[in-house]
Ligand binder design. Structure first.
Ligand code: ACO
Length: 393
């Protein structure tokens, strides 16, 4: 409830009704976020007419990335392991993708378990108490619950303030969309500490008899803590986001058709059978071409929106899908190979987790330093794609 307050612009009668409500313990229930809204007018509100009433917002403030974390399952599968179950080999996979191994969840492991671990590490680095988190965005296409898994993560973290927590589904672009969404909530909505978690367990939707797809994916989670700050400290300089539903046919995991019952006198398709999803279907060549075409354009646009030249980029951090895509985009943008962050050899394509996982490793190893500028871009199913120019810490 606390988090809806800043988004809600009540009329004066609504405001008075809320204030006098017996079930709301706070004397200023709709201004609970006042600590993050310096221009708040809580005490004066009683004397304002509806037309004079100003919502309590942080419009124009900045946001910065101050913590990151990641988690991967223990179970490791090498290319040689895969060659025992499908007709492939280490050389083909390494040369065509750059991937050498991946981690997969097993047994009772769940995507949410990885997400919680990654989020805890991000909070720890940011030195932010779980109770101070007021927004949790879980970017995933493989929730443990159809209705979304973000609230379970919020509960497991012990965020006592009932922060707003919900899922964002945009496949491998999910994390970039989540990051930009968090910045909008902070800048326009008065939110102060946003946890953006990218987590996926695509191994559950992979056809392990299809050598064209099963070699690509791994499971993981990564998280960042985005915090409100003064405009001078702003760490999200520009972004560019898109989708193209026409490209859906190239990459999807659609719901299985409901089989008609058709028995004596029964209505075809009624009662419905339980829903389930098909395996990942992908036209690899088309997705490859799409990524090499749109990602450089999108990064250029994000740079233009930020008013920054390409030469200001310290690191290129792309969704870790295929080393050949990383190389092609870097070449187009004239970014030297030693400025490209890549860890897909160890984890494969971990969908929404890949960018925060790679960021976390690069930060903790000292590769990415505070104050450095990163051009990041996600792309994948939908089709969706998006880029952001960010500063670490
Ligand atoms: N091992 C050995 N041979 C293989 C394998 C394999 N694992 N997979 C395919 N082949 C064979 C094919 O059958 C084909 O054989 P043929 O020439 O006799 O017909 C040959 O290798 C070439 O196959 P292609 O599919 O053309 O190989 P390509 O070079 O395109 O690489 C790949 C395939 C790795 C999938 C690549 O297209 C790719 O990475 N695409 C992008 C995927 C991506 O980025 N997805 C991101 C989004 S994921 C998301 O959003 C969830």
């Amino acid at each position: 409830m606390a988090n809806a307050s800043c988004m809600f612009t009540p009329t004066l009668p609504q405001f008075n009704k809320l204030k006098s409500s017996a079930i709301v313990p706070s004397p200023h229930p709709i201004f609970k976020r006042v600590v993050s809204c310096p221009s708040a007018v809580e005490d004066a509100a009683d004397n304002l007419s509806p037309s004079e009433f100003k919502p309590n917002r942080l419009v124009g403030k900045g946001c910065k990335l101050i913590g990151c974390g990641s988690a991967v399952p223990k179970f490791e599968v090498s290319n040689d392991d895969l060659s025992k179950i499908v007709d492939t080999n280490d050389e083909w996979i390494s040369v065509r993708t750059g991937i050498r191994k991946r981690r997969l969840i097993t047994g009772k492991e769940r995507m949410t378990g990885l997400a919680v671990e990654a989020a805890q590490k991000a909070l720890e680095m940011a030195q932010v108490d779980p109770d101070d988190v007021d927004l949790l965005l879980l970017c995933t296409s493989t929730p443990d619950d159809l209705f979304g898994s973000a609230p379970q993560i919020q509960a497991a973290l012990g965020c006592k303030g009932n922060p707003l927590a919900f899922d964002i589904t945009a496949a491998c672009s999910g994390f970039v969309l989540g990051l930009v969404s968090a910045s909008c909530y902070i800048r326009g909505g008065g939110f102060k500490n946003a946890l953006v978690v990218g987590a996926d367990a695509l191994s559950r939707y992979v056809d392990w008899t299809d050598r064209g797809t099963c070699i690509l994916f791994g499971d993981a989670a990564g998280a960042v803590l985005v915090q409100a700050c003064e405009s001078e400290e702003d760490g999200l300089f520009g972004f560019d986001l898109h989708s193209d539903g026409e490209g859906y046919r190239h990459l999807h995991t659609g719901i299985k058709e409901n089989e008609a019952l058709g028995t004596n006198g029964s209505v075809i398709g009624f009662p419905p059978k339980g829903g389930s999803y098909s395996f990942i279907q992908m036209n690899g060549k088309e997705v490859f071409r799409f990524a090499c075409r749109v990602v450089p354009q999108s990064i250029q646009t994000a740079l233009e929106n930020a008013g920054m030249p390409g030469s200001s980029i310290d690191w290129l951090l792309l969704h870790q899908a295929n080393q050949r895509i990383l190389d092609a985009v870097a070449t187009r943008l004239e970014i030297p190979a030693d400025r490209v962050i890549s860890n897909l050899a160890n984890y494969g394509n971990t969908s929404a987790a890949s960018i925060p996982l790679a960021l976390d490793e690069a930060v903790r190893s000292g590769k990415v330093k505070p104050g450095q500028t990163i051009a990041t871009s996600g792309f994948g199913a939908g089709l969706t794609w998006g880029s952001a120019i960010i500063r670490w810490n």
